[in-house]
Design a binder for this molecule. Structure first.
Ligand code: GLN
Length: 533
């Protein structure tokens, strides 16, 4: 069995296609199917690794080290599964594959063209997760908006797939926006009509229209969309603004969307067991207490740049029966004003990953403040590195200690370039990336949180804790609680004489799921609750 559900978008970008795709994937998983979720990004970058967080939000990293769009993270959080490089396609990768094949002589004598060579490669990449991950249902989200020049080859490939495969094996969902005119308080359907017209011009008639609006869909609007866009009225699905993205599966399920898709795909009728999911949504909506956690970062005015961190805190909050109120603190403001004014009302501090020296001094001072004031601290990647710098300066007396990323001339590079990164000049896809094992030392906080002595976590970095300084740190009271299996690379540091102070070189946020929060985040949030003023 092999079924494909495509999610396209119209009218505007940023309507939440990823949430719709993830929700549909989840509903089918909960019906007992093996589901794969895949994102297509029509831009020419080979991966998301070199893009601007202001435009695209965070870079998500898969287990096998691919730097992807943040929607892949959303899929993992909904499905509770680890996806791979195969679940992410960019136009850059498609063209790269085709051009490499042309250079290798695979098309000798032929003119290499968008149709069929590019579209064939797109189809091959779309079908690959179904084959390699043994999935029965593939949900494929096409990034961008219908009508964009760059998404044309992808939509053409989808159109061909609908004809290549039995009609019962493909399903098209088109997500649009219904703007509301304030003067008449009306939801307008015209942009949806135009966008469906655009899709039909490419040769695709959607099976269902998901209509995003600021409130539930009135019957007459539903009927109008059905009439003008030629879909059955029950296939016009309301996608209203919600207090939480985790409520979306239930909204779709309540409109029998899973039944409708299932019937059209010729699948047997089954029930969708949303009980465990809904129970968590209920707990998310009715927390017993609140805890305030500060996140000091460079891009805090745009929290999508820290999406996995934000969601991991939400998941951990549900586990701890608490609402995590995140205080986003710009690192440069801490540099300017000093830490006290910004951190005096938080119950815990998280310093996330990052690159470049903007705001670094503020982050270092923030860690010093919470270390001295016994406020729980969680440092992730660059966060661990800032903690190391702070400790070196203030506890080891190395006043000019730094990372060689920020000060190549520092006399004390307590954070230094990884040996195998020294010769790397190219920027794209060259960091130490993906899952590596870490061995945990018994009796440490990390060991207690994980409840095991060997873990696997995802990485994305070029610099590391400089092993030459390890002895000095340990003598001054810092504990190395996790290392690479060969013992060389410091993966986790902690301070035993602090209420909760843990820094990790990897990114635990990439493995937190709505149904199974990450143990380190849960431990951290619990510590913040315990130490709460
Ligand atoms: N810039 C640091 C490094 O490359 C930290 C990376 C990160 O936080 N992901 O090592």
């Amino acid at each position: 069995m092999r079924k494909l559900i495509f999610v396209t978008g119209g009218v505007l970008s940023g309507l939440g296609k990823g949430v719709v795709a993830a929700s549909v994937g989840l509903l089918f998983k909960l019906r007992g199917y093996r589901v794969s979720l895949q994102k297509i990004d029509p831009y020419l970058n080979l991966d998301a690794g070199t893009m601007n967080p202001y435009e695209h939000g965070e870079v998500f990293v898969t287990r096998d080290g691919r730097e992807t769009d943040l929607d892949i993270g959303r899929y993992e959080r909904f499905l509770s599964e680890e996806l791979t490089a195969d679940n992410y396609i960019t136009a850059g990768q498609v063209y790269w594959n085709v051009i490499s094949a042309e250079r290798a002589g695979n098309y000798l004598g032929k003119t290499v063209q968008v149709i069929p060579h590019i579209t064939d490669e797109i189809k091959r990449l779309i079908l690959r997760p179904l084959e390699q991950q043994d999935a029965e249902i593939g949900v494929v989200e096409v990034g961008g908006t219908v009508g964009d020049i760059e998404s044309l080859p992808f939509l053409e490939a989808l159109r061909q797939l609908r004809d290549d495969l039995p009609r019962m094996d493909t399903y098209f969902i088109h997500l649009t926006l219904l703007p509301r005119l304030t003067s008449t308080d009306e939801l307008k359907t015209k942009p949806t009509q135009h966008s469906v017209k655009e899709l039909r011009a490419i040769g695709i008639q959607p099976d269902a229209i998901a209509a995003r609006s600021d409130r539930p869909l009135p019957v007459e609007v539903r009927e109008k969309i059905a009439r003008f866009c030629d879909v059955p009225v029950e296939n016009v699905i309301g996608d209203p603004d919600l207090d939480s993205i985790y409520a979306a599966p239930d909204i779709l399920h309540t409109q029998s969307f899973d039944d409708l898709i299932s019937a059209r795909l010729g699948l047997p009728s089954r029930t969708t067991d949303l009980s465990a999911w809904d129970e968590r949504v209920h707990r998310l909506r009715h927390p017993r207490r609140t805890v305030r956690i500060g996140v000091v970062g460079k891009y805090v005015e745009l929290t999508d740049a820290y999406m996995s961190i934000r969601e991991a805190l939400v998941h951990a909050g549900v586990a701890a029966d608490a609402k995590v109120d995140i205080k986003w603190i710009p690192a440069e403001a801490v540099t300017r004003d000093g830490p006290a004014v910004h951190l005096d009302d938080i119950d815990g501090l998280l310093v996330p990953g990052g690159f470049g020296d903007r705001g670094i001094e503020g982050k270092v001072e923030a860690v010093g403040y919470v270390r001295e004031n016994h406020i729980p601290f969680f440092g992730i990647c660059l966060g661990l590195q800032c903690a190391t710098i702070e400790f070196a300066r203030n506890r080891l007396g190395l006043a000019a200690a730094n990372s060689s990323e920020f000060d190549p001339a520092t006399p004390d590079p307590v954070i230094d370039i990884l040996p195998d990164q020294k010769a790397v000049a190219a920027k794209g896809g060259t960091m130490r990336r993906g899952a590596y094992d870490t061995i945990l030392a018994p009796g440490t906080r990390a060991y207690t949180c994980y409840g095991t002595d060997r873990i696997s976590e995802r990485h994305r970095h070029r610099y590391e804790f400089n092993p030459a300084y390890r002895g000095a740190f340990e003598t001054a009271g810092m504990r190395v609680s996790g290392t690479s299996p060969d013992g060389r690379l410091v993966e986790i540091i902690e301070l035993p004489d602090h209420p909760w102070y843990v820094g990790v070189q990897f990114h635990p946020e990439f493995r937190s799921r709505f149904l199974s929060p990450h143990p380190l985040f849960t431990c951290f949030v619990r510590a913040c609750l315990r130490e709460r003023k």
